[in-house]
Each structure stands twice: as C-alpha cells, then as structure tokens.
Write a protein that binds this ligand. Structure first.
Ligand code: PMV
Length: 362
C-alpha cells in the first residue's frame, strides 16, 4: 500500500473529536538547497534527492481559523488574506491545493476556513516564499487533523505527515518542516530516505553548518520570466537529464561526508557547482532561459576574488532566481560583513542564518 493510500484510508475513519472551531498558527522558515531539486515526475515527486539548510529569518507566519459549517458540504469555503489584505491570486492557488488534498484531509469540506498569512521578509525582495508558505500551511492542516483525530502518535508522525502535505504544495516546502538540515528523496546513502517526504538531517552535520550564515544579496525583485514549475517540467526531455542525475549522486555522496566532517572546501565546491548546474540546465532547456543577470555574475566573480585574496571560506549558491545566497561560518562574520559593505551600495542584503525550524504559535 502506498503512503497516500495509507493516509487516505486513515482519513476515512468515522470517529473524531467534536470540534466546532479551532485556530492554529505556525511560523515556518524558508530553506536553501545545497543539492538542488530540479525536475519532477508523477505527483510532485523529485527526479533526484536534495539536501538543504533551514533558514531562520525568512519565514511565513500563517494562522488558520476553522469554523464548522452548519450542515454537510462538498465545497471548499476559503478566505485567504496576506498581511491582512485580500489576496485573490494566492487564494486561488491555495484553494486548488486544498482541492487536491481533500482525500487526505476530508475535514476541509466540513469547515469554513480563514487563512491569514504574512512573510517576515519584504514581498518585494524576490525571495521565493513557497517553501515557507506551504510548510506553514501544511503544519496548520496537520494540527487540525491532530485536534480532530489525535492519531498522530508522536512528533515524528506529525512531521512526516506535514512534510508529505507540504510536498504536494511545493516540493522544496517539504524540507522546511525540519530545523537545521533536511534531506528529501530516495537514495541508497540513507536507508530511511524517500521521495514522499523529507527527513530530518540535522543529526549528521558538523557544528559549523548548524550556525552557518546566509546573507542574501538581492539582485532583482521582479517577477521571474519562467516559473519553477515550468522549469521542472522542462527537465522531462532535457538533453542533460541523465548526466544531471549522475552529477547529483556524486554530489550527494561527497556532501554527506563534507557536512559530517566540516569540510568547508568540498562543501563550497559542491554548492557552487550545484547552483551553476541548475542555471546551466535552465539555459539549455528547450526553450532555454536566463534567470541570472549580469549583476549576479559580477557578484559571483567578486565573491570568488574575495575568497581567494582573504582566504575566507564563503561560497555562493542560487535558487531559481538571480539573487545570490552567500554562505559562511559564523566565525567569519566580520570579514564577510566588510566585504558586503564594500559592494555597490544599491545591493540590498537580507541577513539570515541556519535556524531551528518551524515554531507553533497557537
Ligand atoms: O519547490 P519548488 O517547486 O519551488 O522548486 C524549488 C527548486 C529550487 O529552489 C531551485 C531547488 C530546491 O531544491 O529548492
């Protein structure tokens, strides 16, 4: 029986607590992938495993208020607001997500649901909020399920279910459920790994990574010309698909060792190759496209020159966008700050760091 079948079967149970109204509130962070997920198949399953560090400051705070409907219903009654204001585009996306999981969470039909969400980072910063947004929402759905059925035996069950639900909203969101580091995707390197949800990977990493800094250099905050979801689909017939999967397997093996031993140099080589491979895949898709700009490349060159001249272990990575994530150990904060201050004054910077993961506020 697949995990979905198991969850759907469990969702059909009849007896539940009598809940007329319920409020849950979670604050959940974004994450930065060290090994990138790029390409999917089936229902939001990755073509390769990925590994990420969980951030702290870039987070979404989501409150879900559930009020039981008077009678039976097959409709989804949702109002969604963003920073307290109606947000019809987000509302549409959330509604179709909720529709896609009613077999897993049938209680969605029984309640009027009001969601209010806000990001701790400026919407205009060009930071992807789908990982923090869908992880916060999935945790709230899991809280409601637990309130109704009390059958998620322990924190592991709870997190697994939340990660599973988050993945169905946005792949990378399934990794944000765990603090510090997460692994998503089946690999022979980790027995319990699976494509269906992410697992906690914080136990196997060196202290340098647990307090790592991520200064995000904002290159552009405009709308992306090509969405991640389109980018994933373009991997289906990509000429480098096979080689990409081979490269990931090599990177995973070395990254696992580098994270455990604190090998910053190998860590840095891999994250930079991962970032550049991701963008090379975009450039060589059919049709090909650029998300990096000339400024992204200038910053990459400045980072490399600074690293060489000052012997400071700071390395860049990129998401599906032009912004540069500069990763470095906490103990190198001072020289890196000086470097950042020396950059062109119109580069906005968001300073973040590895964090403890989602927090339940209600
Ligand atoms: O979760 P999505 O569908 O937004 O895809 C995210 C893909 C990358 O951010 C580029 C890589 C990753 O693993 O987070």
């Amino acid at each position: 029986m697949s995990l979905r079948e198991k969850y759907v079967k469990a969702a059909r149970r009849q007896s539940s607590n009598n809940v007329d109204s319920f409020t849950s509130r979670w604050k959940s962070p974004s994450n930065i992938a060290l090994i990138k997920y790029w390409g999917k198949h089936g229902n939001q399953l990755p073509i390769n495993p990925s590994v990420s560090l969980t951030l702290s400051e870039c987070a979404t705070d989501t409150t879900c208020q559930w009020v039981r409907k008077k009678g039976p219903s097959n409709a989804i009654d949702l109002t969604f607001s963003f920073h307290g204001n109606p947000a019809p585009t987000f509302e549409k996306r959330i509604k179709s997500y909720l529709e896609s999981i009613t077999d897993l969470c049938p209680f969605i039909h029984d309640y009027n649901l009001a969601i209010d969400s806000s990001n701790s980072f400026p919407h205009s910063a060009g930071i992807a909020s789908s990982a923090s947004g869908f992880s916060a929402l999935a945790l709230s759905l899991t809280s409601m399920e637990d309130e109704l059925y009390e059958d998620l035996d322990d924190d592991d069950d709870y997190r697994t279910k939340a990660s599973y639900l988050a993945r169905l909203g946005s792949g990378s969101a399934c990794r944000s459920i765990y603090g510090k580091a997460a692994w998503w995707g089946k690999s022979h390197l980790i027995e319990e790994s699976t494509d269906e949800y992410a697992i906690d990977f914080s136990g196997d990493i060196h202290d340098d990574f647990k307090s790592m800094r991520d200064s995000i250099l904002i290159v552009s905050s405009g709308e992306k010309p090509v969405s991640s979801s389109r980018g994933h689909h373009l991997m289906e017939f990509h000429p480098y698909r096979h080689d990409r999967i081979e490269q990931v397997n090599l990177h995973l093996k070395d990254m696992k060792v580098a994270l455990r031993t604190g090998d910053l140099e190998r860590f840095g080589q891999i994250i930079e190759q991962e970032a550049l491979s991701l963008h090379a895949l975009m450039m060589t898709s059919t049709p090909g496209y650029f998300l990096v700009t000339g400024k992204s490349i200038d910053l990459i060159n400045s980072i490399r020159a600074f690293r060489e001249s000052e012997s400071v272990p700071c390395y860049f990575t990129l998401d599906a966008g032009p912004n540069i994530h500069l990763l470095y150990p906490k103990k190198f904060e001072n020289p890196v700050m000086e470097f950042i201050e020396s950059l062109d004054s119109d580069t906005d910077v968001l300073h973040d760091q590895v964090g403890v993961g989602p927090v339940q506020l209600k």
